[in-house]
Design a protein around this ligand. Structure first.
Ligand SMILES: [Zn+2]
Length: 428
């Protein structure tokens, strides 16, 4: 069994933070932890927010695996493809205007999605990019390859660097979530570009169901992104809410304005699209992954072939893979902080997906998690610390304040996870 404190506390007495499930379980197929949060409404994400997490059913199987099994089995992909042709006919334009938007930063999935739309389905997509915090060299080359070799029109939006850095610092201090400003901006940017250019159709690649999430709210149409405001929650939930009351970086906008002397106009890029505009423009966002079978490894081979996509020459820190999320110098910290908060690191994320796609076995996944999960990123560490304005000591002390006692134990002066995936979802 795992490393329980030898003291007098029992499992029932450990404090559980962030509203996570007290009992830690792992999917018996893909090894994902039941502590993995579903995406939240980031605009209400404060220090006190409670998480909703991935469901593991009574057979010990997670929602993502249940979903994937359906795709391997009962989905009629030919019929889905036909469904997509029919949908596209509704939006196709013959006058030279763009007829859909394909967002991305030049990663393998965005390359695959935009390629399908343009060259297989003969649409006229506009690609749009919300810049990473700090492009890596390989990420920048892949982005350039996408546009130049792939042959796409693109708008690259780079948010105000000072404001973005402040929000990243706040999100790190308040939520240990340095990636949040990117997530916020990237989602809302797509819908704003739809509105701006009168393009009522956009496509994300992978479905959130691939990861067992549901965008945090029930959506009647599983093919579609839940909201056209780009906020990840329904328009009615946002409707009527004052901008000043929303949260960015875990801090209320009115505080950001008052305490940090930021002009509200400088935060505009992060706010969701006005719901009235979204309604008027009838913007629809679909997941291409609903219509086309999505396999990250196949997307990788595809993008190497079509646009000269480069993987990292060395293994990505915290995992064994070389081609997932490699365009932002902050990427590694997204996964590292997730390991601190939820006990789910980058190797668990990568391997669980590969188990579901039948590239590796459950046991291989476990071995990879054991070997790589929680490795602290080093390559861009100095740049990351400078970006968020912390010393290494401050950052590590901050991390410690986000370790939920039901997940972590202090053993011989070192932090250890109390639970790691073992056989049938029991502790190793
Ligand atoms: Zn699973």
């Amino acid at each position: 069994m795992g490393q329980y404190d030898p003291g007098s506390q029992t499992r029932e007495q450990f404090e559980v933070r962030f509203g996570l499930p007290r009992e830690v379980k792992f999917c018996k197929i893909c090894n994902i932890t039941n502590q993995r949060p579903n995406s939240v409404n980031e605009y209400q994400h404060s220090v006190d927010s409670k998480k909703r997490t991935i469901a593991i059913n009574e057979d010990g199987v997670c929602a993502a695996c249940v979903n994937k099994e359906k795709q391997h089995g009962e989905v009629d992909w030919k019929a889905r493809e036909q469904e997509l042709w029919t949908l596209l006919e509704k939006y196709r334009r013959h006058d030279g205007r763009y007829d859909c938007i394909a967002p991305g930063s030049g990663g393998k999935d965005s390359i695959y999605a935009s390629w399908l739309l343009k060259y297989k389905y003969k649409m006229n997509p506009l690609t749009v990019t919300w810049s990473p915090h700090l492009y890596t060299d390989v990420g920048w080359r892949n982005f350039q390859g996408w546009i130049h070799k792939g042959g796409f029109d693109n708008f690259l939006f780079t948010p105000n660097g000072k404001v973005h850095r402040l929000l990243t610092r706040l999100a790190t201090l308040n939520l240990l979530h340095p990636f949040q400003p990117f997530i916020l901006g990237q989602k809302t940017y797509v819908t704003k570009m739809c509105a701006q250019f009168d393009i009522p159709l956009a496509f994300y690649g992978e479905m959130p169901g691939e990861y067992g999430t549901s965008d945090g709210i029930a959506n009647a149409d599983e093919r579609k992104f839940a909201s056209a405001t780009g906020s990840g929650f329904s328009m009615d939930m946002y409707g009527g809410q004052d901008k000043m009351d929303l949260f960015l970086g875990g801090e209320q906008v009115k505080n950001i304005v008052e305490k940090h002397g930021i002009n509200v106009a400088d935060l505009n890029a992060y706010f969701p699209l006005n719901p009235a505009i979204a309604r008027e423009k009838q913007i629809d966002i679909y997941y291409l992954g609903y219509f086309e079978k999505w396999d990250p490894q196949e997307c990788y081979y595809f993008s190497v072939d079509k646009t000269g996509f480069e993987a990292n020459p060395v293994r990505t820190e915290g995992t064994y893979s070389k081609y997932n999320s490699i365009d932002d110098k902050i990427d590694g910290y997204h996964y590292y902080t997730s390991w601190i908060k939820f006990g789910m690191g980058r190797a668990m994320q990568d391997s669980s997906q590969e188990v579901r796609n039948k590239k590796i076995t459950t046991e291989e996944g476990r071995a990879l998690i054991k070997k790589f999960d929680g490795e602290k990123p080093a390559r861009y560490h100095q740049e990351f610390l400078e970006y968020v304005g912390l010393t290494d000591k401050e950052f590590m002390a901050l991390c410690d304040t986000f370790r939920s006692p039901h997940l972590w134990a202090r053993v011989n002066g070192e932090w250890k996870l109390r639970h790691t995936p073992g056989k049938d979802g029991v502790d190793d």
